[in-house]
Design a protein around this ligand. Structure first.
Ligand SMILES: C[S@@+](CC[C@H](N)C(=O)[O-])C[C@H]1O[C@@H](n2cnc3c(N)ncnc32)[C@H](O)[C@@H]1O
Length: 487
């Protein structure tokens, strides 16, 4: 056996050449106007052929008549004449007169015109195959003339095995192929194009490709193609999920921006700030964090003494964005749920039909003591941490607990209330010499740390001109890691 014989599969003859023949604008003559002619007209017109029927009126099937009246086919109201073949590119005979059918078949062969003589297989240059069509999808089954009914059954079985909306899926993938040609028009790069489209088909599979039908509008399609282009350029294939995500739904995310150091926000917060369409930020968030925003940025305005109005305005900015289908980020200082009206904002959005996502942030309640080297818990010194505020609802003072030697008290928003806090602590039996610490602008370049005692609590604010934002820490843990020189 030669090497070639081993290498190449043997060819088995006896089949037909299976091709999809383009007949658009070709002249096709159907001789006869009965039931078979009616079926052939449909097959030919789907392929945009120019069809002429030759048949006397009395032999016309009602559907053929309808097609003639509807202008879909031309009609010669008479029997066949030999010169009808002069302009024909293809001929189909569908006559009861067997002899005349054969005669026409032979004439066509002489003139080298492809012909199909109904029910006479040897006189057929081509057969009509059992077809399934769904938009651009065409499945044709042939038994090579041996079992037309079986071809029919096989075709139905094959069509049923396909995922739904296969035609629409093919259209979407066709659009993607056209886009790829636009992105990389050079002929010499056809290999790159084909390889990438093949990889997409293989990675997504039939099911994944079918999900392209979830793109309902042109805008959604364009957004998806825009994403796909980026992957095409680097030769990568994304997951179908990441592509469909471009389908925008309104979304609100409450993000904790941390205490102010841009390196102290979470990786997730950073990504969402970069991706959001609209970011509504608290005041006093440092510019290095705001610089991450790539969409529109709005910062809460200052309404002196009217914080409710300011809050309402910024919430309405968020709502307007959500109504436009945007991804809105509400950027808050520290942790979104610690003294920042985060809980109230969640309820407000819920009442309006939007469930916020939450991204934790590092709270100043923990980062500020840490910046001052204060371990808020320490074995034998502090086993409890109380986090409270100097400014309760409608300006009220919080109800501080009775002095506990092993407690660390962390007070936010305390600067303007230093003197009231001193009185209250003394009232709650705090010894005058217990350490206090003010941490102003913790984790920011302007950070200041000032120690004192309960007795000097108000004086340290005045003498050092402490300004908000600052955190006050009261308790013995203040002195665990701090040396007497910095106290
Ligand atoms: C409305 S509360 C918001 C608290 C915020 N949600 C958090 O978890 O840090 C504002 C207070 O937080 C404290 N604060 C926030 N950032 C701070 C910082 N970088 N340094 C010191 N205190 C800060 C101050 O006490 C300020 O008055």
């Amino acid at each position: 056996m030669s090497q070639e014989t081993e290498k190449y599969a043997p060819i088995q003859g006896g089949g037909s050449l299976v091709i999809a023949y383009q007949v658009a604008n070709k002249n096709i003559l159907i001789v006869g106007g009965g039931n078979v002619a009616a079926q052939r007209i449909v097959s030919l017109k789907i392929a945009d052929a120019v069809v002429t029927i030759v048949s006397p009126e009395q032999g016309l099937h009602p559907e053929v008549k309808y097609r003639i009246e509807n202008g879909e086919v031309s009609w010669k109201n008479r029997n066949f004449q030999d010169d009808d073949l002069d302009t024909a590119d293809m001929v189909l005979t569908a006559l009861d007169d067997h002899e005349e059918s054969l005669r026409i078949g032979h004439l066509c062969r002489e003139k080298r015109i492809p012909v199909n003589v109904a029910d006479v297989p040897p006189m057929c240059d081509f057969y009509f195959m059992s077809q399934h069509r769904d938009g651009p999808l065409q499945i044709a089954v042939s038994t090579n003339g041996q079992g037309p009914k079986m071809a029919n059954m096989i075709r139905v079985t094959a069509a049923k095995a396909l995922p739904e909306d296969m035609g629409a899926t093919i259209e979407k993938m066709g659009k993607l192929r056209a886009k790829v040609r636009e992105w990389e028009p050079e002929m010499k790069n056809s290999g790159k194009r084909m390889t990438w489209v093949t990889k997409v088909c293989e990675k997504w599979g039939m099911k994944g490709m079918g999900r392209l039908n979830e793109l309902k509008t042109e805008e959604q399609e364009e957004a998806a193609f825009k994403k796909l282009r980026e992957y095409f350029m680097i030769g990568a294939v994304p997951s179908i999920d990441s592509i469909l995500k471009s389908d925008k739904k309104p979304r609100i995310t409450l993000i904790g921006g941390g205490p102010g150091d841009p390196e102290l926000i979470t990786v997730k917060a950073k990504r969402l700030l970069e991706e959001a369409d609209l970011v509504i930020s608290d005041r006093l968030i440092p510019s290095q964090i705001l610089d991450l925003v790539q969409g529109e940025l709005r910062i809460a305005r200052k309404f002196t003494g009217k914080s409710d109005e300011a809050q309402e305005e910024l919430m309405n900015w968020c709502l307007d964005g959500l109504k436009q289908g945007l991804h809105v980020v509400r950027l808050k200082i520290g942790d979104p749920l610690l003294f920042g009206r985060g809980g109230e904002e969640i309820l407000w959005f819920r009442e309006r039909g939007f469930e916020p996502e939450l991204i934790a942030g590092i709270s100043s309640a923990f980062s500020a003591p840490m910046a001052a080297m204060i371990p808020v818990t320490y074995r034998g010194v502090s086993d409890q941490v109380i986090i409270t505020t100097g400014r309760g609802t409608k300006g009220s003072m919080p109800d501080l607990p009775i002095y506990g030697a092993t407690q660390t008290l962390v007070v936010l928003m305390a600067v303007g209330r230093a003197s009231e806090l001193r009185s209250m602590l003394i009232d709650r039996q705090y010894p005058l010499d217990v350490s206090i610490c003010w941490i102003e602008n913790s984790n920011c370049p302007e950070e200041r740390i000032v120690f004192g005692t309960v007795d000097t609590l108000a004086k340290t604010v005045e003498e050092n001109d402490i300004k908000a934002p600052a955190v006050l820490v009261v308790g013995h843990s203040n002195t665990v890691l701090n040396t007497p020189t910095n106290l």
